[in-house]
Design a protein around this ligand. Structure first.
Ligand SMILES: *[C@@H]1O[C@H](CO)[C@@H](O)[C@H](O)[C@H]1NC(C)=O
Ligand SMILES: *[C@@H]1O[C@H](CO)[C@@H](O)[C@H](O)[C@H]1NC(C)=O
Ligand SMILES: *[C@@H]1O[C@H](CO)[C@@H](O)[C@H](O)[C@H]1NC(C)=O
Ligand SMILES: *[C@@H]1O[C@H](CO)[C@@H](O)[C@H](O)[C@H]1NC(C)=O
Ligand code: SF4
Length: 320
């Protein structure tokens, strides 16, 4: 009887070990989502010619579901979260409460927001500034006419930007600028404004057109009218590279290498269908879906090779 029990015990132990091994193997094959870009809404009033994130729906998750999703991501290893859109600040309460939850509830290392800046109010900063590490503002020109040409209409952008800069100083939120350099702004001299705004980083992307994605009138955006030559981009860089904050990005590929969650918390996968929502299937399973798709996409001879810089290794992508 005793030996029967010990045989049973041994079998159980063997089974448990095998299961554990399988579990470890499984964990290994799924990358850790250290840095996540959460596009909580597609809603945006603008029609920037170079935007690939066009407003098809105005869905936004209920706050509690979004919190649950972020908790799942945290468990899976997330350390940094970036709120993006559309325009995330169309929903200041949502963003603020989630930022607070990320810091107080989940202990995230870094929370950032990418915004056009125009909707951020002092009240938002007073309530939520302490939960936000970085605000990154997109601004392609400090000349309102140029902004109109690009499709970012309406004026007073610069004034708002200066206000926002002050609020960031006051609440000790780091201020970052993102600029897409193209036909309409590559000749602009931004030195003076950049000196005054004094961002801690100023990322300047060269406008990029991807075959089949945004080069034809059939696709939603034909961005061909924005493209510049490498020489023209270089001209812009030479004029501005002495600014300490200046960070050139010859094209937008790195940006697309970040893990992107859409408004349903599905991982996006360029050129492929998104994963299921992490709220439905969990983080690992959703991640696996996009990773598998990406591999097959590249093997099919994908449009460009975005793995060559080790892009999917989140460790190399901590920089926002
Ligand atoms: C920023 O986005 C909001 C929402 O789409 C819009 O109402 C506002 O005018 C935009 N401002 C700028 C300067 O782009
Ligand atoms: C074209 O689409 C690609 C991929 O969606 C995007 O990274 C890039 O910024 C777009 N470029 C322009 C000029 O619209
Ligand atoms: C995109 O628009 C440009 C002009 O803005 C045009 O010359 C070009 O043929 C268009 N591209 C495609 C593939 O339709
Ligand atoms: C900006 O920097 C460039 C290159 O150093 C210089 O030629 C230009 O005069 C500067 N512009 C201003 C407004 O300071
Ligand atoms: S403001 Fe942003 S989301 Fe809106 S169209 Fe322009 S690039 Fe796209």
């Amino acid at each position: 009887m005793l030996s029967f029990l010990s045989v049973c015990g041994l079998i159980l132990l063997a089974l448990a070990t095998a299961a554990l091994q399988r579990w470890i193997q499984n964990r290994k094959s799924v990358p850790v989502p250290v840095s996540v870009n959460y596009h909580l809404t597609r809603k945006c009033n603008y029609e920037c010619g170079f935007c690939f994130h066009t407003a098809k729906t105005s869905y936004i998750l209920p706050l509690e579901n979004a919190k649950h999703g972020l908790a799942l991501l945290r468990k899976a290893g997330m350390q940094k979260l970036n709120f993006a859109g559309g325009e995330p600040m169309l929903y200041p309460g949502f963003v603020g409460e989630l930022a607070k939850y990320c810091k107080d509830g989940l202990g995230l290392e870094s929370v950032s927001i990418v915004t056009n800046g125009s909707l951020i109010k002092p009240k938002f900063f007073a309530s939520y500034g302490k939960y936000i590490d970085i605000i990154a503002v997109s601004c392609d020109s400090f000349n309102e006419e140029t902004n109109v040409q690009i499709g970012r209409g309406k004026g007073s952008h610069l004034e708002k930007l200066e206000e926002l800069r002050k609020m960031c100083r006051k609440e000790r939120v780091k201020f970052k600028l993102n600029t897409v350099v193209g036909k309409y702004n590559f000749q602009e001299d931004m030195n003076e404004t950049i000196t005054r705004l004094d961002p801690f980083r100023w990322k300047c992307f060269q406008v990029l057109v991807v075959a089949g994605e945004n080069d034809s009138d059939k696709t939603l955006r034909n961005a061909t009218r924005f493209t510049i030559t490498d020489k023209e981009y270089q001209q812009f860089c030479d004029k501005h590279s002495h600014n300490k904050c200046f960070v050139p990005e010859p094209n937008n590929i790195m940006k697309d290498s970040y893990l992107i969650l859409d408004e349903y918390m599905r991982f996006l996968d360029k050129g492929n269908n998104p994963s299921k929502s992490i709220l439905e299937v969990g983080v690992d399973s959703a991640l696996k879906a996009v990773f598998w798709d990406e591999k097959s996409f590249v093997e099919r001879g994908g449009i460009y090779d975005w793995t060559k810089e080790g892009n999917r290794n989140p460790e190399t992508n901590l920089d926002w």
